[in-house]
Ligand binder design. Structure first.
Ligand code: ADP
Length: 522
């Protein structure tokens, strides 16, 4: 996952989590506050109702002028009275005052309240579920109870507190068996709460909107800051690292600044400087080694040439010496002239080989059956094979465009090396196969193999592990150069003691350069 994505996810998570917690706390705090406020209101109302009831009870009820809608209560002992002028008055006891005021408050949408008990005088005052539950708890000694109740009409705060029998209550309730101090019921108050919860929900919606907008805003600002201060500059640093060293060897533009990214860029610049210094030191050391190798190779070559020339020269000098001592011996002169000629031919061959190595004759490719050229080469080598079993698995069924002389030189060089590596005998398997746009030759021997440290050098000019006079170290170097000029590829796989396999892949249709051999390079 990209750093940018991780950063956005983590920051988003932290912002959403912290805002979520704040939102939850604020919302529940608001709810608690509103409920506590409504509870306080219910308590005040309760107090007010109790005082009103006490006042009515202390006056043994109150009388209202009788008029339509103001009826007498048949449950009262003395429900109505008449004055001297014949006007009627109906009696209201505390319970009735409570009920009528409650009905008025209910009509106004303010609240509802009533007195109820487990043994109501008026069946209309029978308790509902909440009230019954509270009354039972009052019997067990509980005080006031507050609960939020959800009904079909909405949500309400229900408050209920016990009503204690006072002397003035006995006028109506003494016959129910109550005495002063008894709990004879409870005053239940119901306050509508929908408006409060609706306002809490409205607040929550606003808070949520502000929260989402804040999260998006903070997220966008953080993203932009991260993008400008970190991601872009890290990208710049990564590009500079990727492009280093550029074509001119220099460093691409690096992010500046003294912050962590700037410091990292500075460290990278230092690293490049150190790298360049050690590269220079390495180049110098390599140049030194190369010079030493060149001198060593030159020494090997000189020794080889000296041996190749000295050998026949020694014999030739002996011949000349013998001929000088006995100039009249014509038979000897004839024999020795032959030997002198052979010696000169051998020296000539050595010199020609040296010239061939340096000179670059243009290639002259023509269509030939490659398998036949390979067979011809191994016929020439047959004398050297001795204890070597030769397996020719050649399967090229059409002619290819190659320089025959170059191909022969390549096959003979590799073949001879393989034979020389199997002085105790072995098997040389030569294969040829057609590939898509090329053909592949392999030479696998079971000889001594090549050690890893020699493997990297065998294509170097003058590298040889053979004794002086046995090898000049030019065979594989010439082979490598010829394969390259034929636009092919040569590779080798070998393990010491387990033989070696050379693989040569040449193009089926070499381009113009490979066909005419290009310029001869001196
Ligand atoms: P030369 O044969 O004159 O030494 P080459 O360039 O042909 O020069 O070979 C270089 C060296 O590569 C050899 O001296 C030999 O150590 C190693 N070499 C080449 N071919 C083989 C092979 N088939 N098995 C083991 N060693 C090999």
């Amino acid at each position: 996952m990209q750093l940018r994505t991780k950063f956005i996810l983590l920051v988003g998570l932290v912002v959403v989590a912290s805002y979520g917690i704040t939102f939850y706390r604020t919302s529940s705090f608001q709810r608690q506050l509103v409920i506590a406020q409504a509870g306080r209101q219910a308590r005040m109302l309760h107090k007010q109702i109790i005082l009103t009831r006490k006042w009515v009870a202390d006056h043994n009820g109150i009388f209202l002028l009788k008029q339509p809608g103001v009826d007498a209560n048949p449950f009262l002992v003395e429900p109505e009275v008449w004055d001297v002028k014949g006007r009627g008055y109906v009696k209201r006891n505390p319970a009735m005052v409570t009920r009528e005021l409650s009905e008025l408050a209910d009509r106004e949408g303010f609240c509802r309240y009533r007195v109820t008990s487990l043994k109501p005088t008026n069946p209309a005052n029978a308790p509902d579920d909440f009230e019954r539950d509270c009354l039972r708890q009052f019997d067990r000694g509980s005080g006031e109870l507050i609960r939020i109740v959800k009904t079909d009409q909405g949500r309400f705060l229900r408050y209920m507190a016990p009503l204690v029998v006072e002397p003035s209550c006995l006028e109506c309730h003494a016959d129910q068996g109550y005495s002063v101090g008894d709990i004879r019921g409870g005053l239940s108050i119901t306050i509508p709460m929908d408006w409060a919860f609706a306002s809490i929900e409205g607040n929550n919606r606003t808070l949520l909107f502000i929260g989402v907008a804040t999260c998006l805003g903070v997220g966008a600002v953080l993203f932009l800051l991260f993008e400008t201060l970190v991601a872009r500059r890290l990208g710049m640093l990564a590009r500079a690292m990727e492009q280093y060293p550029g074509p001119a060897g220099g460093l691409a533009e690096l992010p500046g600044g003294a912050d962590e990214v700037g410091q990292l860029a500075g460290k990278f610049r230092d690293l490049c400087t150190r790298l360049e210094a050690s590269q220079q030191a390495l180049d110098q050391a390599r140049e030194q080694v190369f010079q030493n190798e060149k001198l060593a190779a030159l020494g090997r070559l000189t020794a080889g040439i000296a041996h190749e020339i000295n050998n026949p020269l020694g014999g030739m000098r002996n011949c000349v010496k013998s001929m000088r001592e006995d100039p009249d011996d014509r038979d000897m002169a004839r024999r020795y002239l032959g030997l002198l000629d052979k010696g000169l031919v051998r020296i000539g061959q050595t010199v020609r080989q040296l010239l061939n190595f340096g000179r670059r004759e243009p290639l002259h490719p023509r269509r030939v059956m490659v398998d036949e050229v390979i067979r011809e080469c191994f016929e020439l080598l047959s004398l050297n094979l001795k204890d070597v079993e030769l397996v020719l698995d050649l399967r090229l069924d059409r002619p290819y465009l190659v320089d025959v002389e170059a191909l022969k030189q390549v096959v003979v060089n590799i073949g001879l090396n393989a034979v020389q590596a199997m002085w105790r005998g072995g098997r040389l398997t030569v294969t040829s196969r057609a590939a898509e746009a090329s053909f592949v030759l392999t030479f696998a021997d079971t000889g001594c193999g090549i050690s890893p440290e020699h493997l990297a050098k065998i294509f170097d000019p003058f590298f040889t592990t053979k004794d002086v006079g046995q090898g000049t170290g030019l065979g594989l170097s010439i082979t490598y150069s010829l394969v390259q000029r034929m636009q092919g590829v040569i590779s080798v796989e070998s393990e010491e003691g387990r033989g070696a396999t050379f693989r040569i892949e040449l193009p089926a249709a070499p381009t113009a350069e490979g066909r005419d051999g290009g310029e001869a390079i001196g």
